[in-house]
Design a protein around this ligand. Structure first.
Ligand code: SDX
Length: 396
C-alpha cells in the first residue's frame, strides 16, 4: 500500500509497484536488500542466506538455513517431461530459449502447484506457498545444469548424483560436472549469484509481477522473467559485453571503438543504467572479484586488460561523463564467467539463476498484498481522436 497501484502521471506510462525487498539510490550508487547494504551481505553471508532474506524477509538462523538448504537438496529430480523438452532442442540452441521452455514444462508437470488445475487455494495457504517457493528455488539449478550439459553435448546427470545439504552454488556446480568443486570457484559463483539476486523493479522482475498478478502459476511467471532478461539491453548484456571486448581485441583499438559509440554506430555494452547515474555498487564488487579469480586461475585474460582500459578511458570522456554512464553489473561479470569456463551464450542463464531468488521474493510479496489486483498499466492514448466514419470501398 502507499504507492499508486498501477499508474500515476509522475511515473510516465509504466506501472508503479510498492515493495519492501530492495532499495536502490541510483544517484548515490546504493543497493540494500531488506535494509542491509550489498557490500556487507557479500562480506558476511552467502547466496543461501540472501535468498532466504529476500523471500522470507529476515536473515535465517543457523537452524533455518540448514532446513532451507536441506529442503532444496531433497528436490533435485528433473521431471521426465522437462528432461524431454531440454533434450528436444539442438545443443546449439540458445540456452535462454531452452530455459523458457523448460520452465513452461515445469508448469505443466507440477499440477499441484498450478492454480489452473487446483484453484487459487494453492497460493493462499502457507503450506502450498512454501512448497511452490522451495520447488522453484530447487528446480532452477537442476534445470540450468541440465541445459548446460545438453548444450555441451554431455549426458544429463541423474538426481542421485547430487550431494545433500550443500550450498546452492556447490550443489549447482556438482550437477554441472559432478566433480569435487574448487572451493574458490564455488565462492566466486556464490558472490555472482548474490550480486544478481534482486534489483527492485527491473524489466524482468516487473514482468514476473505482472504475470503473477493474473494468478498464473509461479513457473509461468518465471518464463516471463527469463524472456525479459534474455534481451541484450537487460540480462543479455553480459553476453554482449564479452562479444564487444572480443571484437575490440586489444587496447589500441579502444579510441576508434569509442568514436563509433559517440557516432551511435556502437553501444558501450555493460555501461549505463536506468537507475544508477553513479557507479553500480555491484560493478565495483565484481571488478575486485575478477582480479581475485585471475590470481587463482593464474592467467590474466587479455580481455580484462581491454575492459580495464576501456573503463578508464570512457570514465574520462565527456560523452560518457555528461550522460552519467558508468559500468553496470554486466561489465565485468562475463569475464569472470568466461574464466570459469562458461560460453557467452550461457552468461544470461547464470544471471537468471541468481535472479530467480528475487523473482520468487517479488512473486511471494505480491501474493501477500491483501489488496493486490491484476496489473493493468494506464495508457496514454496518442492515436486519432475519432469517431470517424469508415469510407466506402470506392472512396478508399
Ligand atoms: C541490467 O533495471 C535494472 O536494474 C537492470 C539490471 C538488473 O540488475 O536487473 O541492473 C541489469 O540490465 C543492467 C543494464 C545492462 N544493459 C547494458 O549494459 C546495455 C547497454 N546500456 C544501455 O543500453 C542503457 O544504458 C540502458 C538500457 C541500460 C539504460 O538505458 P536508459 O536509461 O533508457 O538510457 P537512455 O537510453 O535514455 O540513454 C541516455 C543517453 C542516450 O544518449 P542521448 O540520446 O541522450 O544523446 O545515454 C546514451 C543514450 O544514447 N547511452 C549510451 C549507453 N547507454 C545510454 N550510449 C552508449 N552506450 C551505452 N551503453
Amino acid at each position: 500500500a502507499g504507492l499508486p497501484r498501477l499508474y500515476d502521471p509522475g511515473f510516465a506510462t509504466t506501472a508503479a509497484y510498492s515493495s519492501s525487498i530492495t532499495f536502490i539510490d541510483g544517484g548515490k550508487g546504493i543497493l540494500r536488500h531488506r535494509g542491509y547494504p550489498i557490500e556487507q551481505l557479500v562480506d558476511k553471508v552467502g547466496f543461501d542466506e540472501l535468498s532466504y532474506l529476500l523471500i522470507f524477509g529476515a536473515l535465517p538462523t543457523a537452524y533455518n538455513l540448514a532446513l532451507w538448504q536441506q529442503a532444496q537438496s531433497q528436490r533435485v529430480t528433473l521431471p521426465t517431461c522437462v528432461r524431454s523438452v531440454i533434450t528436444a532442442f539442438s545443443p546449439s540452441a540458445h540456452p535462454m530459449s531452452i530455459l523458457i521452455a523448460a520452465l513452461s514444462a515445469m508448469s505443466a508437470s507440477r499440477t499441484s502447484l498450478n492454480p489452473a488445475y487446483s484453484g487459487q487455494t494453492v497460493y493462499s495457504d502457507a503450506a502450498g506457498r512454501r512448497e511452490a517457493i522451495v520447488t522453484c528455488m530447487s528446480a532452477m539449478p537442476v534445470i540450468v545444469a541440465a541445459i548446460y550439459r545438453h548444450t555441451a553435448g554431455l549426458p544429463i546427470f541423474s538426481a542421485s548424483a547430487v550431494p545433500h545439504k550443500q550450498s546452492f552454488a556447490t550443489r549447482f556446480l556438482h550437477m554441472l560436472n559432478g566433480g569435487d568443486q574448487s572451493k574458490s570457484l564455488a565462492n566466486t559463483l556464490d558472490i555472482l549469484l548474490m550480486l544478481h539476486a534482486d534489483h527492485e523493479q527491473n524489466c524482468s522482475t516487473s514482468a514476473v509481477r505482472h504475470l503473477s498478478s493474473s494468478g498464473v502459476d509461479i513457473f509461468s511467471s518465471m518464463c516471463g522473467g527469463v524472456a525479459a532478461l534474455y534481451g541484450p539491453l537487460h540480462g543479455g548484456a553480459c553476453e554482449s559485453v564479452l562479444r564487444m571486448l572480443t571484437r575490440i581485441g586489444n587496447v589500441d583499438n579502444i579510441p576508434n571503438f569509442l568514436e563509433r559509440v559517440k557516432r551511435r554506430q556502437e553501444r558501450l555494452m555493460g555501461f549505463g543504467h536506468r537507475i544508477y547515474k553513479n557507479y553500480d555498487p555491484r560493478a565495483r564488487i565484481i571488478q575486485q572479484e575478477a582480479r581475485r579469480v585471475f590470481e587463482v586461475v593464474g592467467t590474466v585474460d587479455p580481455l580484462i586488460q581491454v575492459a580495464t582500459e576501456l573503463e578508464r578511458t570512457a570514465l574520462q570522456d565527456d560523452f560518457f561523463v555528461q550522460r552519467k554512464l558508468y559500468p553496470n553489473v554486466d561489465f565485468y561479470s562475463g569475464i569472470i564467467y568466461k574464466a570459469m569456463g562458461f560460453e557467452p551464450q550461457f552468461f544470461p542463464v547464470l544471471f537468471a539463476l541468481g535472479r530467480s531468488a528475487g523473482w520468487i521474493a517479488h512473486w511471494n510479496e505480491f501474493l501477500d498484498d491483501p489488496d493486490r489486483r491484476i496489473a493493468r498499466p494506464h495508457q496514454l492514448y496518442i492515436g486519432v481522436k475519432g469517431p470517424r466514419d469508415v469510407p466506402d470501398v470506392t472512396q478508399r
